[in-house]
Design a protein around this ligand. Structure first.
Ligand SMILES: Cc1ncc(COP(=O)(O)O)c(C=O)c1O
Length: 369
């Protein structure tokens, strides 16, 4: 048997330490993908690994119907960052979004969901219905009825496209897969005003933007509060998890997940948030931003350690060249190089990344001229 070949990167990874990983030929890479924004504490973080080992020997499984110390600790840590009344635990970003969409329909009694052009919310049917790109959707229709897209960052479209019939609006404060594009202040404020006005719930998808923009949630930069938030990726430093934050109750048995809130992922979440908080790693992300320059660079965008470098040309060949030079990055859309490094990365390491990227871009320009 072979793994279904859905991805084009075929590097064989053997081990990791801090911001570095090694392949099976002993080559070292600075890992600025970090499992697509997951290993926020880097690889094999000693304190994290030791908490995981301890947990493996204590308790790994407890059905979602039971309470345990690890769940209490996870909730206590989450409460330090967010004032939401409830958290629903699941296992991935797309499940966190599914739950958000289902809860919104249940709470409002309405069906319509408004999403944004360029959006990415996951691959399961509800999340996929809110996702924009045709490439992800094609071949899987019919998707879930009741989903519409309005142009991202278009204030007038926000005013016109959301109605009293809308159950929820779903927004990535910084679009990740769509090309690392921050939402404009005026757009976010308009969305909040219009949704409040019309009895519509605002869902923030912070699966990618959470933790790495200088705040717990990227939406905090806008001074706006969402009604429901979906998180995932790095919040448990690589142990699979998703969570949905909300302020209203959902009737018993209406939703659930076998693995949701298991002791291992809860311990991983509590440990990750405690270390991030103690070491000020979220705040420090802002100072580690780099602005990559070059003739082929249109601009560098994003915030903190969620960085997209928009090129005049296809990004993929650069990704491969950077890999040959010891740096792992990926793309977000055709012309954007995306960096989602561990939050433990140092400013010096970020400068090294900037230097290397600029060198590789420059060499390419020289070869062409
Ligand atoms: C904004 C956003 N939402 C949802 C998801 C889906 O998360 P997962 O791949 O864990 O299902 C992603 C994944 O990249 C994402 O970037």
């Amino acid at each position: 048997m072979r793994e279904l070949n859905l991805y084009r990167r075929r590097l064989r990874i053997v081990r990791g330490k801090g911001v570095y990983i090694w392949d099976d030929e002993g080559r070292r890479y600075l890992d600025a993908i970090a499992g697509i924004g997951v290993a926020v504490l880097g690889h094999t973080h000693e304190e994290f690994s030791s908490a995981m080992r301890e947990q493996m020997d204590k308790l790994v499984v407890a059905g979602p119907m039971f309470n345990h110390e690890e769940k209490d600790q996870a909730i206590e840590e989450l409460s330090r960052f967010s004032k939401f009344e409830h958290v629903y635990f699941c296992n991935s970003g797309t499940e966190a979004v599914e739950a958000a969409l289902k809860f919104a329909r249940l709470e409002t009694g309405k069906k319509e969901v408004v999403a944004m052009t360029g959006a990415f919310h996951g691959r399961t049917f509800g999340s996929l219905s809110a996702t924009w790109r045709r490439r992800y959707r094609e071949g899987f229709e019919p998707l879930v009825p009741g989903f519409r897209h309005i142009p991202f960052n278009d204030v007038e479209a926000a005013k016109e496209g959301i109605t009293g019939e809308t159950a929820a609006v779903i927004l990535e404060p910084i679009q990740g897969e769509g090309g690392v594009i921050p939402a404009r202040e005026e757009f976010v404020r308009t969305l909040r005003d219009v949704t409040e006005d019309k009895g519509v719930l605002l869902i923030a998808d912070e699966v990618q933007s959470g933790l790495r923009t200088g705040k717990f949630m990227a939406l905090e930069h806008y001074g706006v509060q969402a009604d429901i938030v979906a998180m995932g990726k790095g919040i448990a430093n690589g142990v699979p998890i998703g969570l949905t934050l909300l302020n209203f109750d959902v009737p018993r048995s209406k939703h659930g997940s076998t693995f949701g809130g298991n002791p291992l992922s809860c311990r991983a979440l509590a440990t990750t948030l405690r270390i991030l908080r103690r070491d000020g790693l979220m705040e420090k992300a802002l100072d580690k931003w780099i602005d990559v320059q070059g003739r082929d660079v249109i601009l560098t965008r994003g915030r903190g350690l969620m960085i997209g470098v928009l090129l005049r040309k296809d990004a993929w060949s650069y990704v491969l060249k950077l890999q040959q030079r010891g740096l792992l990055v990926n793309t977000a859309g055709r012309r954007v190089i995306r960096l989602l490094p561990p939050l433990i990365i140092t400013k010096e390491q970020m400068s090294w990344i900037k230097g290397l990227m600029e060198d590789v871009l420059q060499e390419d320009e020289e070869r062409r001229s």
